[in-house]
Design a protein around this ligand. Structure first.
Ligand code: CTP
Length: 408
């Protein structure tokens, strides 16, 4: 059984506070011990009994309660991770200035735990030079900022400033926590080691159209690619995500280019690669597409009992990116193989990395029960010489972190 970690969830006074309930619940369901510190303003948006019932712990707000147990520092000292969601413009300004005029401010100042914040405010406030400067200060201190996303805001307006979706905040926060408290090991630093690095990730499976209603596709859900994007975000990277037909939600705060087919992905990746320092090609790309796409639906009456499809080869995106790489660009590919014999699997991987010309190849056995659409993954990472540099089996998030460790 895993040892529960202590997560402090700070909730500040914005309308997105009601979504913090889902964040608290997700941490509790993950087996962690959750303590909510809410500002008085937050409790105008969400009720204390709700937060206490969901967190299974008392909710603290007042700086002058629990003085005998020195609560204003005790909560922060006992935390393994602090997550502030939502973080209003005002609370971000207070954090940047190191103010401690409420219990949450004291808790954060008294803690050495990693801090993750999820800003939420109107677009004008997010773009205000004061907020921009405050966020830069927080980033420079190694604080992980998740979001904000772009979308509908309170009222009728929409734009940047919407709090990132709870699932993404939880995934990023747990990625930060896992790196700070790896099971059975001495605590590693959770400092965002990829701060500012430009990482381009492709994910999902391409669909090659046959006619207006049909396509040739594959079973990739995009889960490993989304885990890579979340882990990269948690480690401070500037992520661009090229997504093909994902079955899982994409974090709204990540710059995402949606594509359908291999040709669209080729174009999007080639363009995005111009500014990327690291490229991770996790997408399952169709090797072939129908030579022609029918304008109208293919009708049985017109075809008869047998339908012959003529397919033409798609460009090899990874090989093209590797052939045209910018100086210093690091390129990581995946190999999806159904081979069950370990030696033959490795031989396929070695041949593939030579063919593709990338720096590392993440060899992934796939099939109905492995790789695609499952929560866990087992991979072997090869370098250019075909030498095994890592073998990992675990959650897609832990596999993602091992892949990101390849970035020097
Ligand atoms: N890939 C690509 N463009 C393609 C096919 C694959 O960029 N047209 C990339 C994938 O994103 C992956 C790597 O190449 O990073 C290996 O993909 P995989 O499907 O394992 O291999 P293929 O090159 O398609 O070869 P094969 O299907 O013969 O194993």
């Amino acid at each position: 059984m895993k040892t529960p970690r202590t997560i402090v969830v700070g909730i500040t006074g914005g309308i997105a506070a009601y979504k913090a309930v889902n964040i608290v619940r997700a941490f509790v369901l993950n087996g962690d011990s959750v303590h909510v510190v809410a500002t008085p303003a937050a409790l105008r948006f969400v009720g204390k009994p709700t937060l206490e019932a969901i967190s299974r712990n008392p909710v603290h707000t007042d700086l002058y309660e629990g003085v005998a147990e020195v609560r204003h520092v005790a909560i922060g000292q006992g935390a393994d991770l602090i997550v502030v969601a939502p973080a209003t413009a005002n609370s971000i300004a207070k954090l940047a200035a190191g103010l401690a005029d409420d219990l949450l401010g004291n808790t954060i100042l008294a803690s050495t735990a990693p801090l993750v914040i999820a800003p939420a405010m109107h677009t004008e406030m997010w773009n205000n030079p004061a907020t921009v400067a405050n966020i830069a200060v927080l980033r420079s201190r190694g604080i992980t900022i998740v979001g904000p996303g772009v979308g509908r805001l309170t009222g009728t307006d929409s734009g940047a400033g919407r709090m990132e979706e709870p699932d993404t905040i939880v995934a990023v926060a747990l990625a930060v926590l896992d790196r700070a408290t790896p099971a059975g090991e001495a605590a590693a630093s959770a400092v965002p080691d990829l701060a500012g690095r430009r990482v381009l990730i492709s994910a999902g499976g391409t669909r090659e159209p046959l006619d207006p209603v049909r396509f040739l596709g594959n079973r990739s859900s995009g889960m490993q690619g989304v885990a890579l994007a979340q882990a990269a975000l948690a480690r401070g990277a500037r992520v661009t995500f090229v997504a093909a037909n994902l079955e899982v939600p994409v974090p709204t705060s990540i710059t995402t280019v949606l594509v359908g087919s291999a040709l669209e992905m080729h174009e999007a990746m080639t363009r995005a690669a111009e500014t990327a320092e690291v490229i991770i090609m996790a997408a399952a790309v169709a090797d072939y597409r129908p030579r022609s796409v029918q304008v109208g639906k293919i009708k049985k009456e017109d075809v008869g009992d047998t339908l012959m499809l003529e397919l033409v080869k798609n460009p090899d995106i990874l090989a093209d990116l590797a052939a045209e790489r910018r100086p210093g660009q690091l390129i990581i590919g995946f190999a999806a193989e159904t081979e069950t014999d370990a030696d033959r699997l490795l031989a396929l991987g070695r041949a593939k990395i030579t063919r593709k010309g990338c720096d590392f190849l993440v060899v992934n056995r796939v099939g109905k029960d492995a790789g695609f659409g499952t929560e866990r993954n087992t991979v072997t990472v090869l370098d250019r010489r075909g030498v095994i540099v890592n073998e990992v089996s675990g959650s897609k998030m832990s596999v993602a972190n091992c892949i990101l460790d390849l970035i020097g």
